[in-house]
Design a protein around this ligand. Structure first.
Ligand code: PHE
Length: 357
């Protein structure tokens, strides 16, 4: 019995695979296995012999069975280890983007703008695209008879026949987000609000839906100088140039006082646009010091707080930076255009990694 034990324990230890293990099980403790045959022989023994041999055979059977299952478990562990070793994958390796899809220039530019202002401490705010006329106009110091309402080519929604409340509008600018953020967060405040806006207009530089990014900074002693510095930093970072010349032109918006429009020096020579050189100017944003009435509409005390605001045309600066001549193409969903002007999905714009590698 000792020999039988040693034989099977050794064979089990050396078994190379599960099939061999199963053969060994059948040979040793299967119905016609060696141990079973010996158990059958118990009947022919004297009761005294049987009392010794019986428990010994049972113990042998148990020992072989547990050696079999221990070996089986060890094999499974080894198989798993091997799988883990061969299927190992370095998730920190940079991806290999296929040219299956690209990031739209508008998304890219929105991310770039967000990265730049985030670095200056601006958080991102949002508001609805279908807006009440109070947020889009009244709260921004544009009363109902004000000519600015007509100038903005507003899209109005329709109310029910016996509903005489003023209709909602598709927001004509991101400025209503100023009011919503002031109301929600109070002062001090530093946010940008990128998003879609709508105006009934269509030509090479206008589409009925386009994008703006609003900026709003409110604090105790904010001035036009802060505004100018922020915008200059922004434009330099965005166009990735050391020097850009900006022109602040006195202007008028009902919601800012004083107001300024900002142009950027450029040239159109040979039909291609160059930033920072030449004799042309291109308007890229409107800005100014937040009007006291606008602060009031946002529940902020104008005797205590002041701030600046600006609104940049995202599509405009995208056209400028990436040399895209026709705004309408942005929204045609032409795959050839998207592949040409699109950006690789994994190049997230950051200030340290480069905005538009
Ligand atoms: N809302 C203005 C526009 O759409 C831009 C602007 C925003 C001007 C904030 C001043 C301050 O033209």
């Amino acid at each position: 019995m000792r020999d039988l034990r040693d034989k099977y324990i050794a064979l089990i230890a050396d078994a190379p695979d599960e099939a061999t293990l199963e053969d060994l099980r059948v040979q040793a403790v299967g119905k016609k296995g060696e141990v079973s045959l010996q158990m059958r022989a118990l009947g022919k023994m004297t009761p005294e012999e049987r009392q010794v041999a019986g428990p010994a055979l049972n113990a042998l059977k148990d020992e072989i069975n547990s050696a079999l299952s221990a070996k089986k478990a060890a094999m499974a562990d080894a198989a798993l280890d091997e799988r883990l070793r061969t299927e190992w994958l370095d998730v920190t390796l940079p991806g290999r983007p296929r040219r299956a899809g690209t990031i739209h220039p508008i998304s890219q530019v929105s991310e770039e703008v967000t990265a730049i202002f985030a670095d200056m401490g601006f958080a991102v705010a949002e508001g609805p695209q279908i807006e009440s006329d109070w947020y889009n106009f009244d709260a921004l110091n544009i009363p109902s008879h004000h000519p600015a309402r007509a100038e903005m080519d507003t899209f109005y929604t329709r109310r029910g026949a016996d509903d005489d409340r003023p209709p909602h509008v598709l927001r004509t600018h991101t400025s209503p987000v100023q009011i919503r953020t002031m109301q929600a967060e109070g002062a001090p405040l530093r946010v940008i609000a990128p998003g879609r806006v709508y105006r009934a207009d269509y030509d090479q530089t206008h589409t009925p839906m386009f994008h703006q990014v609003e900026g709003l900074a409110i604090d105790k002693d904010i001035s036009m100088a802060n505004l100018k510095w922020c915008l200059e930093e922004f434009v330099k970072a965005f166009f990735e140039v050391e020097d850009v010349e900006l022109r602040f032109r006195a202007s008028h918006f009902p919601f800012t006082e004083p107001s300024a429009e900002v142009d950027i020096r450029c040239s159109w020579e040979g039909g291609t646009l160059k930033i920072g050189e030449g004799d042309d100017w291109l308007e890229i944003l409107g800005s100014g010091m937040v009007h006291p009435k606008v602060l009031e509409a946002g529940n902020i005390n104008p005797d205590e707080w002041q701030g600046f605001a600006f609104g940049v045309g995202i599509d405009r600066i995208a056209m400028l930076k990436y040399g895209i001549p026709d705004l309408r193409a942005f929204f045609d969903s032409d795959l050839r255009w998207l592949r040409h002007y699109g950006f690789a999905g994994l190049d997230v714009p950051t200030l340290h990694g480069g905005l538009s590698r």
